[in-house]
Design a protein around this ligand. Structure first.
Ligand SMILES: C[S@@+](CC[C@H](N)C(=O)[O-])C[C@H]1O[C@@H](n2cnc3c(N)ncnc32)[C@H](O)[C@@H]1O
Length: 290
């Protein structure tokens, strides 16, 4: 790939999806875009670039999609789901007892393993959620992964990665080599295409946001902007869950980490620093220690 084409693609990807590629990632672009150029019937990346420069928005969208990393698996990293079950949900059930509704957002839900893991956790809570309305909204930049997520169909390999066997047999139906998640779990998750670089205030306020393993691809300025907007999209006593390699520390103080809960954060805005929110932190720590 020639250097001007590489620079063109780097800038385009940064502008369109936030992906921040260093100067030496030609191999990554080649490994993802050569198959795409064949699929589009062009001879190579230079032709693909020419088409994009010629204004083909469809090729731009396909290039952006092809460059996303969609790696995910059920109950990825385990601990966030333990936080969800043992700390976040018990706290939320108390805090939302009057309105009996909880809104959860998976901000980069990929092919669905993360939102469906949350849905299975909720299903496992059984009667304690009777009469509650729980919304799980899964969003992603990539329409392709959202389609797969909506289908709820996974390969044997995908369901074996991280998935407890008893939940697999309980919540999936096997069809030959494939497994489909049961309709009642699928119905718990709503899907929407959403680019985190764009305004997401129309989604409303959330009690819990899982935004995991996507910010690692962005530069600091983009992360800071997204954290600022996530804080505004969150109830003051809500919870933000980040991936194992992500943190707000050193970037922004709009969220505060729970000292003993890796990956778990709470907004630190004016409403969140009320006595109620300040008391919630030690309380949740105690709960998880049971
Ligand atoms: C590595 S996956 C993480 C999936 C899941 N959250 C997890 O931790 O297992 C990252 C996802 O972020 C999505 N993504 C990348 N850039 C995005 C953007 N600007 N806005 C929304 N989603 C984006 C990708 O399409 C991909 O599905």
């Amino acid at each position: 790939m020639n250097p001007p084409d590489y620079e063109y693609l780097r800038k385009l990807l940064k502008d369109q999806s936030g992906l921040d590629l260093s100067a030496d990632k030609q191999y990554l672009i080649e490994s993802r875009l050569l198959p795409l150029s064949r699929k589009c019937g062009v001879t190579g990346i230079d032709d693909l670039v020419q088409k994009m420069k010629g204004g083909s928005s469809s090729i731009v969208a396909q290039v952006v999609e092809a460059m996303t990393t969609n790696e995910t698996f059920f109950f990825r990293d385990k601990i966030p789901f333990e936080h969800f079950r043992d700390s976040i949900m018990p706290e939320m059930l108390k805090a939302r007892a009057a309105r009996r509704s909880i809104r959860i957002w998976c901000a980069a839900g990929s092919t669905g393993q993360e939102p469906y893991s949350l849905a299975m956790c909720l299903k496992e809570m059984g009667a304690s959620l009777a009469g509650w309305r729980i919304d799980i909204i899964a969003t992603d930049l990539s329409q392709e992964v959202l389609e797969k997520s909506k289908s709820g169909i996974y390969s044997q390999f995908e369901v074996q990665r991280g998935h407890p066997f008893q939940l697999l047999v309980k919540y999936f139906k096997q069809n030959g080599e494939l497994w489909q998640i049961n309709p009642d779990i699928r119905a718990m998750v709503q899907h929407r295409q959403l680019n985190l670089l764009h305004d997401f205030s129309q989604l409303g306020a959330f009690d819990v946001i899982f935004c995991r393993n996507v910010l690692i691809y962005f530069d600091q300025e983009t992360k800071i902007s997204i954290f600022g907007r996530l804080a505004k999209a969150m109830e003051p006593d809500g919870f933000l869950v980040l991936g194992a390699a992500e943190t707000v520390v050193g970037l922004t103080d709009v969220f505060k980490p729970f000292p003993d809960k890796r990956g778990l954060y709470r907004p630190s805005g004016p409403r969140a620093t009320t006595a109620q929110a300040a008391m919630a932190m030690p309380k949740i720590a105690a709960m998880a220690g049971r």
